[in-house]
Ligand binder design. Structure first.
Ligand SMILES: *Cc1c(COP(=O)(O)O)cnc(C)c1O
Length: 392
């Protein structure tokens, strides 16, 4: 739909935008302007004159528009791991008489790790209860303080029923926290209608803001003024430049800011968000389902050794398709060497993301053609494709 707005290397079919979105062409000049024109020329004056200080809120509102959040309920900054921690700490403080954080084994490890680390610092008898993805609803009871889930499973693409689980969590008095890392920019979500207390996500996946781009956090407006920030940094203070020795939280979601925001990376995010102006998330979702269905159909017809690891029903699947294959790592390396970029997740998952902003049916057919050759002729079976790199 918007392929011309991205820099995509010649000869590459990029099916890994679910991990790192491609470079928006306009980000190059935006970063240059922010670097040379603002940092270079304005120096410290950039915080006021170029609006750097307000930018986390401005960008938060633009992301909010893509996820159905009200004005001033989303702010950007830090990394997603940090935002998971902040939301969870706040949620736990809302339920001081409960001890369980309920999550699932399909959650992204850092979300679980952050919960483990947070438990150690809370000084309360808390338990992280990790159950199978399909068993979450059965484990929601009145011991649960926070239900902490990721909407779309990073490995299989399996999607939770976000409405039903949020309702069920609220019915037992639990706080609902959703990680939208694989949702924002991939499909519609209406946080206002959903009513979840917290949502978090990153901007370098489907939102295309580049490696190291800041994360976002949403706090439901009616509770924001009572949230007690665990990471009480100076830029979340009501008056940072009063340099008050005592912390007093800023209004609403602004209290979830911590320290100095990444100004250069926010320039990339700003350019990346321009692409979404006028794009309907319903259309994106419909196109992504169509591309994913085509991909599954063609791969199953032409690569019988691959087993679908994602739900077959598109309504239960996010914007990625995973296949399992015992030599999946080597097979993915062989694909990448031939210009089809997906990625590999342990133990045997070959993962392909479909971002309709820059992927079309021709890309899918081209990718499957190369896959069929690599798989049927065992082109992956070479020592150079077996050696593991640091990032898979
Ligand atoms: C990508 C992803 C992360 C990454 O966290 P960072 O702090 O940005 O590295 C965390 N959680 C989920 C669910 C993810 O998909």
């Amino acid at each position: 739909m918007k392929k011309h707005l991205f820099h995509l290397p010649e000869g590459i079919v990029y099916l890994d935008g679910n991990s790192l979105g491609p470079l928006p062409r306009a980000a190059v000049s935006e970063i240059e302007q922010t670097t040379v024109g603002e940092w270079g020329e304005l120096l410290i004056r950039g915080w006021n004159a170029a609006g750097w200080f307000q930018q986390p809120a401005v960008l938060g509102n633009r992301i909010g528009a893509l996820i159905g959040a009200a004005e001033n309920s989303v702010v950007v900054g830090d990394t997603l791991s940090i935002k998971v921690y902040q939301a969870l700490a706040a949620g736990l403080n809302m339920r001081p008489d409960r001890r369980v954080i309920l999550s699932d084994s399909g959650n992204f490890p850092t979300d679980l790790y952050m919960a483990e680390g947070l438990i150690k610092t809370m000084g309360r008898d808390l338990e992280l209860r990790v159950v199978a993805p399909d068993a979450v609803a059965d484990h929601l009871d009145d011991s649960v303080a926070v239900m902490m889930l990721t909407h779309v499973n990073y490995r299989t693409g399996q999607m939770h029923d976000i409405e039903a689980l949020t309702k069920r969590a609220h019915a037992v008095g639990a706080v609902a926290q959703w990680d939208l890392a694989h949702t924002a920019g991939a499909m519609p979500v209406d946080l206002t209608a959903l009513g979840a207390e917290f949502a978090v996500g990153c901007t370098y996946k489907y939102l295309n803001a580049g490696p190291g781009a800041p994360a976002f956090i949403y706090v439901r407006p009616d509770i924001a003024a009572d949230v007690d920030p665990a990471l009480s940094g100076w830029l979340g203070h009501v008056e940072p430049f009063a340099f008050d020795p005592a912390y007093r939280p800023a209004a609403a979601v602004q209290r979830m800011r911590v320290g100095t925001p990444p100004v250069l990376q926010m320039a990339a995010l700003s350019a990346a968000l321009d692409i979404w102006d006028g794009v309907s998330m319903q259309d994106i979702r419909a196109a992504s389902v169509e591309l994913s269905e085509l991909f599954i159909h063609e791969v199953e017809a032409r690569c019988p050794m691959l087993t679908l690891a994602s739900p077959r029903d598109p309504a239960r699947r996010g914007s990625q398709v995973s296949f399992s294959f015992s030599d999946g790592y080597a097979a993915m390396q062989a694909l990448i060497a031939r210009g089809v970029i997906g990625d590999f997740r342990e133990p045997d998952i070959m993962r392909f993301g479909f971002a309709p902003l820059y992927i079309d049916r021709d890309d899918v057919m081209k990718a499957v053609g190369i896959m069929a050759a690599v798989m049927n002729d065992r082109l992956w079976d070479r020592p150079e494709y077996m050696a593991r790199k640091a990032v898979t």
